[in-house]
Design a protein around this ligand. Structure first.
Ligand code: MN
Length: 257
């Protein structure tokens, strides 16, 4: 028996489907906007080096300009002050980047409340139906926010009081960091914290607690609606940027059909 040969056969035969959870990366990809006086990241950009021309007659290539936290990306622990001696993105063991996923769907509640916050009770209720969260796996939060991902304004959903996007409550962030066996949390929004999380106590609790516990964040995911609540396997592939606080990532899910 060869498990890998069986895997390839299943991929060829369609009994295992590959679902791309990654947003296309371009100058149109929405990015985080922090209020003054904080420094912001840049929009993704391509800078042409040559395109079958005098600069390189037979080849086309670009330099890329991007933030580490642009588009679908992984947050490494060192991103947050609560883990400033923690792993940078190059130090994450490859083994940890292939992991099972639990998918909790709260899109119906987010539709009526863009400031919706996931609670520990929500997760425990999910566990009653689907079993415990996977050890060494991801909790992926399906909010429906990926439908807004082609438009910066719609995606950040800000008004004079700040951004209004769904996220994770302070107590749920603390619980996911210290009680749950997961390696991290994945979301469809621009960051793992809610839009209003600057006003929480502590501010940005998902970053503070989850990264502080040496766990990871995945953001700007899409197509979570195509995943079952349990059983998918996620392959998250950030670039091993030495000293990097995160990296754009290709994130794929394997799903049995
Ligand atoms: Mn980030």
């Amino acid at each position: 028996m060869s498990i890998l040969r069986d895997l390839v056969s299943a991929l060829d035969g369609g009994t295992i489907e590959v679902v791309d959870l990654t947003a296309p990366l371009s100058g149109e990809t929405p990015i985080l906007k922090l209020p003054p006086p904080f420094a912001d990241t840049i929009t993704f950009g391509l800078e042409e080096i040559s395109r079958y021309d005098d600069r390189g007659p037979a080849w086309y290539w670009n330099n890329i300009h991007t933030g580490e936290h642009t588009g679908t990306h992984l947050d490494a622990p060192i991103h947050w002050v609560t883990a400033k001696d923690g792993e940078d993105v190059s130090q994450i063991q490859a083994r940890r980047l292939i992991a099972p996923a639990a998918v909790i769907d709260v899109s119906d509640r987010v539709a009526g409340d863009p400031d919706f916050l996931l609670t520990v009770d929500d997760i425990k209720r999910w566990e009653t139906s689907h079993g415990p969260l996977p050890a060494g796996g991801w909790l992926l939060v399906r909010t429906g926010w990926d439908a807004r991902s082609s438009d910066q304004e719609d995606f950040l959903n800000a008004d004079e009081t700040g951004p209004h996007t769904p996220g994770i409550s302070v107590e749920a962030a603390r619980w996911l960091a210290s009680e749950a066996p997961v390696i991290g949390v994945g979301v469809e929004t621009v960051g793992t914290d809610a839009g209003a999380a600057h006003s929480f106590d502590p501010p940005f609790p998902c970053h503070a607690f989850v990264l502080g516990a040496g766990k990871y964040g995945l953001t700007q995911l899409q197509n979570l609606a195509q995943l079952p609540p349990v059983g998918a396997v996620v392959i998250a592939a950030p670039l091993p940027i030495v000293g990097g606080s995160g990296s754009p990532a290709r994130v794929l899910a394997l799903v049995e059909r």
